[in-house]
Design a binder for this molecule. Structure first.
Ligand SMILES: [Zn+2]
Length: 356
């Protein structure tokens, strides 16, 4: 019996799942559900102490995934057309609705869920058995292209920002989903995107390069003064998905003392790129070990994508996370490495990124 290791996770889409009422109308974060991947009772079972709570605004026409006409199968893989951009006003409205939901959850939780805005809050919250939430936007569509409302979101609690999802916006272009393919598809950051990187550096908002195409990645690498971070992705050398990181990208993340959260999405981890839930936990371990071997265990973390991706049957939901920790232990990671992977690597990178 090992002592439970507290887990801090790089990415979940639970706010969207609740917003879309995917687990039924009136279902709250506090009710144990068999639908969705994450709620408070299951988070406690799984020793999840917190993570990045993403706000993702879906294209209204693609609420339940890509349209059939977007998806094309090939002999050994697939391509998904780049999703169209979404309207700024629509994105801002939906974002405010999901932010409101997060703050309501915090308020109704009687201290069990806490949205943190400073390192002191993050550290004290992670120490206690609360669920610590960091407000994250997955795609910057809600932010005015002239950045005039960035400080409003910052004041409200925005501490982590994904510049794009897999579609174009005013700041850059996301990478379309393809397998097998490299991530060098489409142009880099726009001039507004470069201004956004500088503005986030100034305020200490963490930039997340998940979903960004390769040129955008290198634009941020050149400009940003903060550690490079990818909250949820896999390793391209193991699974040749456009969403995954090449060895050169991993090296750049390591060189800036950054971190990558390994997602559990089967299509981003299986070597054959298939959307097949029959995937052993050892495949997740393989991606984690690849990063640890190449750039060091201090640069790899967990980035589940709970409520936003297809989970392997062996994992299921957040309650099963201790099984993943056991699989990592059986692979050979010692207790101190396990603690780093499970949570403290995120804390280190945030300490180096946030300004307060
Ligand atoms: Zn994502």
């Amino acid at each position: 019996m090992i002592e439970p290791i507290p887990i801090f996770d790089g990415h979940n889409d639970t706010l969207l799942n609740l917003h879309l009422k995917d687990r039924g109308s009136g279902r709250s974060f506090f009710a144990r559900s068999t639908l969705g991947d994450l709620d408070l009772p299951r988070a406690i079972d799984g020793c999840l102490r917190g993570g990045f709570f993403a706000i993702f605004v879906p294209d209204p026409e693609r609420l339940s995934g890509p349209l059939k006409s977007d998806l094309h199968f090939s002999e050994n893989g697939y391509t998904v057309d780049l999703s169209p951009s979404i309207e700024h006003d629509y994105a801002r409205r939906e974002t405010l609705a999901m932010m409101t939901r997060l703050f309501q959850i915090e308020q109704e939780s009687a201290g069990k869920v806490r949205v943190v805005r400073t390192i002191a809050e993050l550290e004290s919250s992670f120490e206690r058995s609360t669920v610590t939430a960091i407000l994250h936007f997955e795609g910057a569509e809600a932010i005015s292209p002239d950045l005039s409302n960035l400080d409003i979101f910052y004041q409200a609690g925005l501490r982590s920002l994904g510049i794009v999802w897999s579609r174009p916006n005013a700041f850059g272009q996301g990478v379309p989903f393809r397998y097998p393919s490299g991530p060098d598809i489409g142009p880099g950051l726009t001039s507004k995107g470069k201004a956004l990187v500088r503005a986030c550096n100034e305020r200490g908002i963490m930039l997340d390069l998940a979903h960004l195409n390769e040129r955008g990645f290198w634009d941020v690498a050149e400009l940003s003064e903060a550690p490079l971070v990818v909250t949820h992705a896999g390793i391209h050398a193991i699974c040749a998905s456009t969403r995954n990181l090449t060895d050169q990208q991993l090296d750049a993340i390591g060189a800036t003392d950054g971190v990558i959260g390994i997602a559990y999405d089967v299509s981003m981890l299986r070597p054959d790129g298939g959307i097949d839930r029959d995937m052993p936990l050892s495949t997740i371990v393989r991606h984690i070990a690849y990063v640890a071997d190449r750039i060091g265990v201090e640069h790899v973390a967990l980035g589940s994508d709970f409520d936003g991706a297809t989970m392997p049957l062996d994992l299921g939901d957040v309650a099963a996370l201790p099984r993943l920790i056991v699989a990592l232990q059986e692979y050979g990671f010692d207790n101190s490495a396990l603690k780093q992977i499970a949570g403290t690597n995120w804390l280190r990178v945030l300490r180096k990124t946030w300004k307060q």
